[in-house]
Design a protein around this ligand. Structure first.
Ligand SMILES: [Zn+2]
Length: 49
């Protein structure tokens, strides 16, 4: 499953999210401060195993 590191541009909160959480955050905004966020606020994480 794809995982992403989300960093809020407004409050600076860093959250590790999966694909569905990424979609929800793009739709509803930061879960901490509700700021609207864009796809550039997510960085895909590489699987390491
Ligand atoms: Zn925020």
């Amino acid at each position: 499953m794809s995982r992403y590191e989300f960093t809020c541009p407004e409050c600076g909160q860093e959250i590790e999210v999966n694909e569905s959480m990424r979609e929800a955050t793009l739709s509803h905004g930061c879960p901490v401060c509700s700021a609207s966020v864009g796809s550039s606020d997510f960085v895909a994480e590489q699987e390491t195993n």
